[in-house]
Design a protein around this ligand. Structure first.
Ligand code: RFL
Ligand code: PHB
Length: 399
């Protein structure tokens, strides 16, 4: 099949998740033309239930990208999160008090909807159901991206390519294996999550329990999100709603369990936990952002926030290069983004270790885990450090 259609643009963006759409929006606002290629249908992308916790820095980036309208009305500002353990103890990761900034509960599904609406309102080009996406000549001055749609072949000639296509995308794989260093850790458990149209608890609460980790979270006053640690080979069919609610309640102290309002689930899924970082985050004219370059276990609520900070750095760098011929930001993009990525990767790994039950955990490990929670509850110094990281590390500029 011959090439039927060639489009020229400044930045070809592979992936229409939060990273790709936000980059498109920020570039457009700065007058840099771009095209987004998404392999799935709009319905599929908007049907995914994922993150729910935003750092304040992320809220500010979204506002600055003209997509803060609904977030400011429907988002729920809160002071952090609680941790319960040992069936009776409770502490608060009070980011407002210790890090001077609150957190925001606002679903990734809503952010994606807001971004799609903003792109459409501004006439942005987002091609969905783009098949067989391939990257070409990424280490030259004339890169391109090919794809097919409805059986027709297309090519986008561009100045730069942004790989925002998530962990399973093609962008990272297009960097020669010898040019990549990958750091990976798989955890021996997953999270079984449900969404239900029930009022959430007023606080976001993580539980370290002898039955395994659990989490009560929220989306809006009539939408709750709950998770329990599960075996990797868990079958969803074995977890009807009644069994989920019963197990969830058992992992919290009695008074909290009793306060959970149960109801029919509207979504139920299992996510394996993994830590992964691929370095560097750029190769030639290709720049990676979000899950395409790194994955964190959800315990620290960092994945979406990292996607947003990557896009903040990358949009600034592409605009400086394309509009002002200033290459300093683009040449330091990978190093700058990776410093923040490793900060969040380490924190997420640490919090995962603190709150979960591991198969080979002996009595010593369990006592050390309990001791660290008691220490966190009693030490202002430790608490301040944890709050600084949960609230999100600051964004860097060139020195
Ligand atoms: P996405 O969201 O995976 O989007 C990538 C998009 O690229 C498309 N794609 C392709 N398009 C074209 N060609 C190809 N060859 C392509 N291959 C893939 C995909 O269809 C998709 O639309 O990555 P992005 O944009 O980097 O966003 C990252 C976030 O989605 C992710 O980090 C967060 O959801 C992680 N996460 C959380 N992050 C937080 O900051 N706070 C949280 O509270 C939080 N909770 C979570 C989470 C992730 C979870 N799961 C399911 C892993 C809770 C869970 C359970
Ligand atoms: C969520 O609301 O989905 C959520 C909250 C906190 C996390 C992970 C996920 O650490």
């Amino acid at each position: 099949m011959g090439i039927e259609d060639i489009v020229k643009t400044g930045v070809a963006i592979v992936g229409g998740g939060p990273a790709g759409l936000l980059l498109s929006q920020r570039l457009h606002l700065e007058g840099v033309d771009n095209v987004v290629l998404e392999c799935r249908s709009r319905e599929h992308v908007l049907g995914r239930v994922r993150a729910g916790v935003l750092e304040w820095g992320s809220v500010e980036v979204l506002r600055d990208s003209d997509v803060g309208g609904r977030l400011d009305i429907d988002g729920h500002e809160h002071d952090g999160a609680d941790i319960v353990w040992g069936g009776e103890h409770r502490l608060t990761i009070d980011t407002k008090k210790y890090a001077d900034r609150p957190m925001m509960a606002y679903g990734q599904t809503n952010i994606t909807e807001d971004l799609y609406a903003a792109r459409a309102a501004m006439g942005g080009i987002v091609v969905d159901e783009a098949e067989r996406v391939t990257l070409h000549d990424i280490d030259t001055h004339h890169p391109s991206v090919g794809y097919t749609k409805n059986g027709d072949s297309h090519r986008i000639d561009c100045v730069f390519i942004a790989g925002c296509d998530g962990f399973h995308g093609v962008s990272r794989q297009s960097i020669p294996r010898t040019e990549r260093r990958e750091f990976e850790k798989e955890y021996p458990f997953g999270w079984l999550g449900i969404l239900s149209e029930t009022p959430p608890l007023p606080d976001l609460i993580y539980a370290n329990s002898e039955r395994g980790f659990a989490l009560c979270s929220m989306r809006n006053p009539m939408l709750s999100r709950y998770y329990i640690q599960c075996e990797l080979d868990t079958n969803l069919d074995d977890w009807p709603d009644e069994r989920f609610w019963e197990e969830l309640k058992l992992r919290f102290p009695r008074n909290i369990g009793d306060a959970i309002v149960t109801g029919a689930s509207i979504e139920k899924s299992i996510a394996p936990l993994r830590s992964f970082v691929s370095e560097p985050m750029s190769y030639g004219r290709l720049f990676l952002a979000g899950d395409a370059a790194h994955i964190v276990p959800p315990t620290g609520a960092k994945g979406l926030n990292l996607a947003i900070s990557d896009v903040f750095y990358l949009s600034r760098a592409l605009v400086a290069q394309i509009k002002h011929g200033d290459e300093r930001y683009l040449s330091s993009y990978s190093d700058m983004a990776l410093r923040r990525v490793w900060g969040a990767a380490r924190f997420s790994w640490w919090l995962t270790g603190l709150l979960h039950r591991f198969p080979a955990q002996g009595s010593f490990d369990l006592r050390a885990q309990q001791q660290e929670l008691s220490y966190l509850a009693s030490s202002d110094a430790h608490m301040r450090s944890v709050c600084e990281q949960y609230a999100g590390l600051p964004f860097e500029d060139l020195t």
